[in-house]
Design a protein around this ligand. Sequence first.
Ligand code: ZN
Ligand code: ZN
Length: 177
Amino acid sequence: MNLALAFDELLHRPDIADIVKDVQTRIHAAGHGWILDQADAATRDTNSVLTAAAAAAGSNALHLNLVDHPDWVRLGLLDTLARWAAGQASTCMHSPNVMRPQPVLAAAWKPGLVVCAACAHLLQLPKGSARDRTCDACGVVVPSSGAIWSTAASHGGFVYQVGVCEPCRYWPVPADA
Ligand SMILES: [Zn+2]
Ligand SMILES: [Zn+2]
């Protein structure tokens, strides 16, 4: 089975909390509790990363829970996470590693690239370029008169950004937009 699909299935299990606890207990028992501490810290830091990512992507960015994103976003995140965990992703020069939990960023428009928070700019596309205005869901290039909406999904410290056109926006317009 595809690792991303396996992850996704896991996230949707009603007993996910028990599974996570069991895994954590085993990691502690093996003497690797520091990884969990780092992962906790990375998760806490993620909010500030999301704020920074939102600022970089424009004011329309919004953060939703992982399960509130459609399949293509969740699976895109999980697929990138799985590739990174398997050592098959490109990274920034700081070589973020899944065994050294820290907030990291990826984007639908740069498949297979994982960068640390300090290197968020590596995910940016030239402002106003066709790629910058391409919907990650349907592939349409939105004319400059139209809106491109950004959002980010996260899993622990792993943040995955997407940009979509108006018809593909799957969350309500933020009150301040
Ligand atoms: Zn970096
Ligand atoms: Zn679209």
